[in-house]
Design a protein around this ligand. Structure first.
Ligand code: ASP
Length: 337
């Protein structure tokens, strides 16, 4: 395994390189062409999507408060949601695909090095975001998929185990008794997307006390999806994105539509050009609706200075929330249309 690790021009592997980049950013010196981190920032702050957001932030916040790295806080927060047995759309116990198997997509991105690791259609491993982190830190690759991603996880020491629990098994059995096949077999003309049967993603982003930015996401994607389906979550710029000089953004919703527009990349680029997080997320969603798509989806963005904002399309008005935790306390914010 060690022999596979990427070495940089400095002779360091990716993890050592990331830590060195962080230290160097602290000293405000350029490293291998990467811009030095600006001194001003709004950290520590952590933001997580949806109703599991406050609980996730409660796990990630102590990491930031004690001076830990944003990437560690993000991983801890997402792991918390991945392991909740009653959370239907993320990790263990997640709603299965058309043939009754739960498969997971996840990604991590680390601002100081602009490094990405991701897994798509990961099977039989509970903490998908931690496997994504291993891809980022232990290999030269950015995305591993399917059974081979599972084999990689096992090589990295993760336990191979069933992701099905009694609840998800019964849910699938009830669905299969009434349905011959996934609704994903039914292509919908632009502008006529029907609400999906169920989907959510935990997306977490943080600025740490040193001004490093990390982001991650994890999901089982979409209920009763076709076997092999990989959604937007493990695609950098689609499910999540960050830039240490600008901020971070996460996406949730109909990934099959949203990934066509790289909306988190778009959001960050708009913020780089001067838009606030609220303005940038709104414009990135408008880019999709301007093409005629009617879809359920949301974007949340966090600027390096701690400012945050979000926009949504579709969904009923009291549905989409995100949670913020910073030095001033906790908030659970309803995203209005
Ligand atoms: N974006 C996810 C997917 O399509 C689902 C969600 O966030 O609701 O895989």
């Amino acid at each position: 395994m060690k022999a596979l690790k990427q070495t940089s021009s400095t002779g360091m592997n990716r993890r050592e390189f990331a830590l060195a980049a962080t230290a160097t950013a602290l000293a405000a010196l350029p490293l291998n062409g990467l811009a030095a981190t600006k001194d001003e920032h709004g950290g520590p702050v952590i933001i997580t999507t949806w109703d599991f957001g406050p609980g996730a932030n409660d796990v990630g916040w102590p990491v930031l408060q004690s001076g830990g790295l944003a990437i560690d806080a993000v991983e801890a927060a997402i792991n918390h949601v991945e392991l909740l047995p009653d959370e239907f759309y993320v990790g263990f116990g997640g709603v299965p695909n058309e043939i009754g198997e739960t498969t997971l997509d996840a990604m991590m991105m680390w601002g100081p090095t602009h490094d990405v690791g991701a897994v798509g259609c990961l099977k039989r491993i509970k903490r998908a975001v931690s496997v994504a982190r291993k891809v980022m830190e232990e290999t030269q690759h950015s995305l591993l998929v399917g059974d081979d991603a599972t084999r990689f996880a096992v090589r990295m020491g993760f336990e191979e185990t069933s992701l099905t629990n009694l609840r998800s098994q019964k849910f699938w059995e009830a669905w299969v008794a009434k349905n011959k096949e996934s609704s994903a077999w039914d292509p919908e003309p632009i502008g006529e997307q029907r609400p999906l049967e169920g989907h959510d993603t935990v997306g977490t982003m943080a600025v740490d006390a040193q001004g490093n930015i990390g982001v991650g996401c994890s999901t089982n994607g979409r209920n009763f999806k076709l076997p092999g389906r990989v959604g937007d979550s493990p695609i950098a710029g689609a499910g999540a994105y960050c830039d240490n000089e600008v901020g971070a953004a996460v996406a949730t919703g109909n990934g099959d539509v949203m990934m066509r527009f790289l909306p988190t990349y778009h959001t960050i680029e708009l913020m780089r050009a001067g838009a606030t997080p609220a303005e940038a997320t709104q414009a990135a969603i408008k880019r999709i609706t301007d093409k005629g798509y009617s879809f359920d989806g949301g974007l949340v963005a966090l600027a390096r200075n701690g400012e945050h904002g979000a926009s949504k399309q579709g969904w009923e008005n009291n549905k989409f929330r995100y949670a913020v935790r910073n030095g001033s306390g906790s908030q659970h914010i309803l995203v209005k249309p």
